[in-house]
Write a protein that binds this ligand. Sequence first.
Ligand code: F6P
Length: 519
Amino acid sequence: MAFPKVNPTKTEAWKLLSKHFSEMKEVKMQTLFSEDNLRASTFSLTWNDFFVDYSKNRISAETLQLLLQLAEEVKLKEAIEAQFEGVSINETEDRAVGHTQLRNFKNLPSAVSVTLQKMKTFSEAVISGNWKGYTGKSITHVVNIGIGGSDLGPDMVCEALRYYKNHLEVRFVSNVDGDHVMETIKDLDRETTLFIIVSKTFTTQETLTNAETIRAWFLGQAAKDDVAKHFVAVSTNLEAVSNFGIDAENIFPMWDWVGGRFSLWSPVGLSIACAVGYQHFEDLLKGAHEMDVHFRGAPFSENIPVILALLSVWYNNFFEAESECMVPYSQYLSKLVAYLQQGIMESNGKSVDRNGNPIDYQTGTIVWGSTGTNAQHAFFQLIHQGTKLIPCDFIAFSESLYGNKDHQNKLLANCFAQTEALLQGTYESGVENNFKKFEGNRPTNTILIEKLTPKSLGSLIAMYEHKLFVQGVIWNIFSYDQWGVELGKIVAKGTLSAIETKEVSKISNSSTSQLIKKL
Ligand code: F6P
């Protein structure tokens, strides 16, 4: 089974979409709604405890049918099967893409089962207090040391599932900024803190520097033999981990077929299991798996990640929208956007196609956003009245966790009101003052989920994982490599050496050497 490599712009559907776009670009959603009483239900999907209303988009039935035709013509179905069947679809790194295997409990690879069991045993020992530090005290604080996919996912999930947390305080240190490290550890008690070093490669400068600094800080009071009780690691690079001095027992393996930004389902999620308990971690995985089953099996016209991806392509490639905004109406999801920025932009920020040729059409969207209602009082002005078209995803939960009805009603009222205002505007209602006019016709999706649980969170994250994959398939790019981050790492070696030695002769650019001389 091969990974298809179709140039989307050469498909029949693309030609038809281009023509169709010239008809649709001036059409107002207000008109589409007034002409069709069934529009809301036609363009909505119900799945498990998700309700996705995508009726407030600049589409007609024909748009959707042409977008679905595009999905067929780029052989999306084959691409999905290739991923799930373990074909090496990450061709530039010659790897399969297996994060979905980590959460398929009916068919877990045996190494994954063993590791999950190890995570369970370990996290339960830490939570119960049976895991003792070097002076015999139980653990009270857990610090995750990692960056990118080895930080953003667990950090986001620990925040999102705060309601389900136990007594352990979990912190995250990622930046090589020494002040970040000190602010994270300065009030910690070495005797009761556990450090989880997470690095798929165990070569990442930031993580290794931070881990070494923290180990030196730990050894300021404790002895070398005590390291085993306070440091564990998650990595594919078992040799480098043991060279760092971590006990073999304390290594949680990872696999090269799991990409960093898709790795929270692996032992990278060990801090999550510690924070909320293993069972909640497993529920998170199960929720993601349910979305995998939906994605793999549902017809494209009823497939949530596929529909969201097609809409995004419609705006990106035809309306020339450059960015997308995400607004979760839940403070628990305050770290979701930063997490998805890595997932989406590291995956789809590519300009060479799967045949190795430069691309002459737009790929990866810029993703940004923040929680509602806060965002309404910050950047929403630009979405309502600015010159740019910014499609938005509104994510909300019908029920709150603590059950305060008054707050929840107001929160949801704001969420729905924004999508309504972005759609309707005031353009048609005779407002005379231009400054106060809103054109409306601004597209939104509303993803309404019953309640924020580990399971629904898992489904939500997996939904966006699959959405970005579908977009990558359509754009004919490889979504699972990230060569674009390598150059900066290499250049930083030279700038570090120049900063340390004060010798700038090897720095080729005068602006950079000027900056170094200023230090
Ligand atoms: O530089 C980008 C990146 O490779 C990400 O893809 C990854 O999540 C992050 O660095 C951290 O890598 P590692 O887990 O190997 O330390």
